[in-house]
Structures are given as structure tokens and as C-alpha cells.
Design a protein around this ligand. Structure first.
Ligand code: AMP
Length: 253
């Protein structure tokens, strides 16, 4: 069985994100970019399933500009067998929305015919948490979102998922879509020999047009601004003071 993993290139989680001076978006020039942390977990899970003998091949896919090839190389250095790069040059005013990404991933999945697609539960740049759900809907495949444990058993996947009340266990018929939560695993670091090996692995380049996918969106980003600065707090000396402020200043009592 083949596992398809969707990996996104995002501003590194440790970078403090800044808005561009012209307010067209977030500054990415000279900013460290990395694989989205939830996608690292997705790659790790696919590799563990392959190493356990439950899958034969792991294919990483990304949609993004030429630089996104770095993210695919990271997936290949972690151990993915090959990669698909759907080239798309971002326009800050017309960002690629989860529905467009899901349509592209659907087209890739229909070509690759995987038994399982694993995505991150969310990308830390847009925090949408939508792509996996939309992909499962478009493919009409079952979905296990926010997975904290995955077991493959012949034609089924048993998924433990993190929900508000605790852990829910569901059983999915394959092919299926799974999105990863933080506790699923601890992703491995790529070793130097594997980084070298990854250089000779295949990255197939295609465009949304090659896949016959229309990625136009109705949404236009007009302006991106910093959130308002928070005002300094005050320390009150008594509960009576607090009640007084809630009643007479905040008017919530
Ligand atoms: P989102 O719905 O935007 O929060 O993204 C959820 C997941 O969808 C990510 O963790 C990735 O696995 C996948 N994804 C989103 N955008 C892309 C992209 N441009 N390329 C590849 N995978 C993506």
C-alpha cells in the first residue's frame, strides 16, 4: 500500500511573524521557513507504518513555489521514497485557500492511488484546519482527524482521535484520510547520510493546470495589519475594587 503525505512550507514556528511594511501580507523575505510541524508528524507516521510493514511506499506532496522543494527534500531526507511538487507561485492578494489545496491533493491522490493520505491537522501559518476534512469530502473517503494513534489492520485503519471529552476510537475503511495531532509521535531528525541520499530521490513537478484543477478563489486579501497592542493590566488591592470596576467601568455586572 502507498501512503501520500501532504507537507506545507511555512514560516518556522520559532520566528516572530511580522507584517510587511506595505501591509500586503506577512514578511517572508530572509525569514527562516520550515516544514509545518504537524506535517512533520504526518511524515513520521507514514514512515513508521512503512517500517512496520503496513505500507510499501511513502510519497510526499506539496503545493507551492520553487522554494517548497526544500520542504520536499526534508521529507525525503526523513525517509520518504519520492515526492510530487505542484508548482504554484503565491500572490499575496489571492492566497491558496484550503479548498484549492484539497482539490489539488484530490487530483494527486487520484493519480497516485494511495491507501491512505496523511495531512497535518492544521498549518501554523493560516491555522485553517480545513484541508484534510475537505479532501476527504471531495474524495468521498472516510476521515480520522486529530489522530493521536493510528493502527493499520488489513483494509482498515483504527484511529484514536483527540476530542473535547477525551479520546475517541474510530475504525475507517481504506482508502482514508487522516490528520495528525501533536501527540501522535515525535518526528525524527534527518541524518546527514539521509540528507545526502535525498538529493538523488525523485521530485516530480506538475502544475495545477496539468492536474486540470481550477484554483481561482473569490477571496481577496485587501490588507494585513498587526493586532492592536494590548493595554497594560492593573493589579487591584481587593475584591471590592474588582467588583467596583466590573460594575462601573466594564459594565458587566
Ligand atoms: P490547513 O487546513 O491550511 O490548516 O492545513 C492542514 C494541512 O493541509 C497541512 O498540515 C498540510 O498537511 C496540508 N496542506 C495545506 N496547505 C498545503 C500546501 N500548500 N501543500 C501541501 N499540503 C498542504
Amino acid at each position: 500500500m502507498k501512503i501520500l503525505v501532504a507537507v506545507k512550507r511555512v514560516v518556522d514556528y520559532a520566528v516572530k511573524v511580522r507584517v510587511r511594511p506595505d501591509l500586503t501580507g506577512v514578511e517572508t523575505a530572509n525569514v527562516k521557513m520550515s516544514m509545518n510541524p504537524f506535517c512533520e508528524i504526518a511524515v513520521e507516521e507514514a514512515l513508521r507504518l512503512r517500517e512496520a510493514g503496513a505500507a510499501a511506499e511513502v510519497v510526499a506532496a506539496t503545493i507551492g513555489p520553487a522554494q517548497s522543494a526544500d520542504t520536499l527534500r526534508t521529507a525525503l531526507a526523513m525517509g520518504a521514497d519520492r515526492a510530487v511538487h505542484v508548482l504554484h507561485n503565491p500572490d499575496p492578494a489571492r492566497p491558496l485557500l484550503p479548498l484549492a489545496v484539497a482539490k489539488i491533493l484530490r487530483a494527486v491522490a487520484l493519480r497516485e492511488n494511495p491507501g491512505l493520505v496523511i495531512l497535518g491537522k492544521q498549518a501554523i501559518d493560516d491555522d485553517c484546519n480545513q484541508t484534510g476534512q475537505m479532501l476527504a469530502g471531495l474524495l468521498n473517503w472516510p476521515q480520522g482527524t486529530f489522530a493521536s494513534k493510528v493502527i493499520l489492520d488489513k483494509e482498515k485503519a483504527i484511529v484514536e482521535r483527540e476530542v473535547d471529552g477525551g479520546i475517541e476510537t474510530i475504525c475507517l475503511d481504506l482508502p482514508a484520510v487522516i490528520t495528525t495531532d501533536l501527540r501522535l509521535n515525535q518526528p525524527r531528525y534527518a541524518t546527514l547520510p539521509n540528507i545526502m541520499k535525498a538529493k538523488s530521490k525523485v521530485i516530480k513537478k506538475v502544475t495545477p493546470e496539468d492536474l486540470n484543477v481550477d484554483i481561482r478563489s473569490d477571496m481577496e486579501v485587501v490588507q494585513v495589519t498587526e493586532p492592536p497592542k494590548r493595554k497594560a493590566g492593573v493589579i487591584l488591592s481587593s475584591v471590592d475594587d474588582l467588583l467596583d470596576k466590573l460594575k462601573n467601568e466594564a459594565h458587566v455586572l
